[in-house]
Design a protein around this ligand. Structure first.
Ligand code: FAD
Length: 317
């Protein structure tokens, strides 16, 4: 039984979520008693082989061609299913990034495999996959066991550790038979060069408790001090204080950073759906009964306009 991990290269970079999936794939392959291989598709991939090898891949199936500068779902689907066939993969792991959430169901359908999405825990028992995933907007965690293999599993980014563990890293070049029906002309990143909340290791998020758009400067300053991304509740996105690309929650992005600081955010269930898997949650809110404190590891009850300047000054020291 072998595991195949899809490694995502985007904008010339290998996504950290891929290294996390490789590390988890290596463990899973060990439990299942098989090898872990990887598949990567893009243009100019040489720079990424070392990292993929160092995170445990025995074989690295690669489609490296100028046509694949941009993500085209159909091409990636062909590459992954081709690699899965050649590797005899019984489990296919795909990071549950925006791209992975699109690709995983396609791969499952094509391989006639089961699908478990956005998992936060992964293991095997008696040759079957046992996975934990948040459901009902993160209110409950369900553990599911596959009945049969093959399975496609998508792994929640920033949830698993990326652990170095060398594999053979044998490169296997794939040539896929693919003629694009459409061409990507331009990709524009929402939020420009700012750190994307979905990938950030630290996030400072602000809500309606900041009272005015101008006060978000304090959130930005704290984020800059911590080298963190800025996030937002829907309340402030709906009022156009912040762009939707920063919204966290059920109708925004799902994040799992090491540190999540929620400032003036009440902790509505729809917001919690996007951030409760964060490793350490700090809440700053003037209402000691705000629901956000129920999920917070550390809480500061106070006025954000007083707490933030003091916190920034202290951190700058
Ligand atoms: C279908 C649906 C989907 C949704 N999706 C999302 C989503 O993806 N993300 C999301 O965030 N919401 C979402 N919502 C909205 C959600 O229900 C809440 O309305 C929203 O999260 C509230 O945002 P908030 O916490 O910023 O504002 P509020 O709920 O108004 O909370 C403001 C908080 O700030 C505190 N505060 C006030 N003044 C200060 C101060 N000076 N200093 C410190 N604290 C202060 C208050 O005590 C309060 O707790 C969704 C709702 C629905 C119905």
């Amino acid at each position: 039984m072998s595991v195949l991990v899809y490694c995502e290269v985007s904008g010339g970079s290998l996504k950290k979520a891929s290294l996390e999936a490789l590390s988890e794939g290596k463990k899973l392959a060990g439990t299942l008693g098989g090898a872990m291989n990887a598949v990567v598709i893009g243009n100019g991939l040489d720079a990424h082989f070392e990292a993929i090898k160092n995170h445990g891949a025995e074989k690295i199936f690669a489609v490296d061609a100028a046509d694949h500068d941009n993500y085209i779902p159909e091409a990636h689907l062909i590459a992954v299913t081709e690699a899965a066939g050649q590797a005899g993969a019984t489990v296919c792991l795909i990071p549950a990034t925006t791209r992975g959430r699109e690709l995983a169901p396609r791969v499952a359908a094509k391989l006639d495999a089961g699908l478990i999405e956005d998992v936060t825990g992964l293991d095997a028992d008696g040759g079957q996959i046992v996975a934990t995933r948040p459901e009902h907007a993160g209110k409950v965690y369900r553990t599911v066991k596959s009945k049969a293999l093959p399975m496609v599993v998508s792994t929640r980014p920033n949830n698993f550790d990326a652990v170095a563990n060398a594999g053979a890293g044998e490169r296997v070049d794939l040539s896929i038979d693919f003629t694009a029906k459409a061409k990507v002309v331009e990709t524009r990143k929402a939020g420009g060069e700012k750190i994307d909340v979905a990938e950030a290791d630290r996030i400072v998020a602000g809500g309606r408790g900041l009272r005015e758009e101008e006060n978000f400067k304090l959130v930005e300053d704290l984020a800059a001090t911590l080298n963190a991304a800025v996030g937002a509740s829907r309340a402030v996105v709906d009022t156009d204080w912040r762009p939707h690309s920063e919204q966290i929650g059920q109708t925004g992005k799902v994040v799992s950073p090491t540190l999540y600081i929620a400032v003036g955010i009440s902790g509505a269930i729809q917001h919690l759906a996007g951030m409760t898997t964060s490793k350490t949650i700090v809440a700053i809110n003037k209402d000691a009964d705000a629901p956000i404190f129920k999920v917070a590891d550390y809480g500061i009850v106070g006025d954000a306009m007083e707490v933030l300047p003091a916190l920034i000054a202290e951190l700058k020291k």
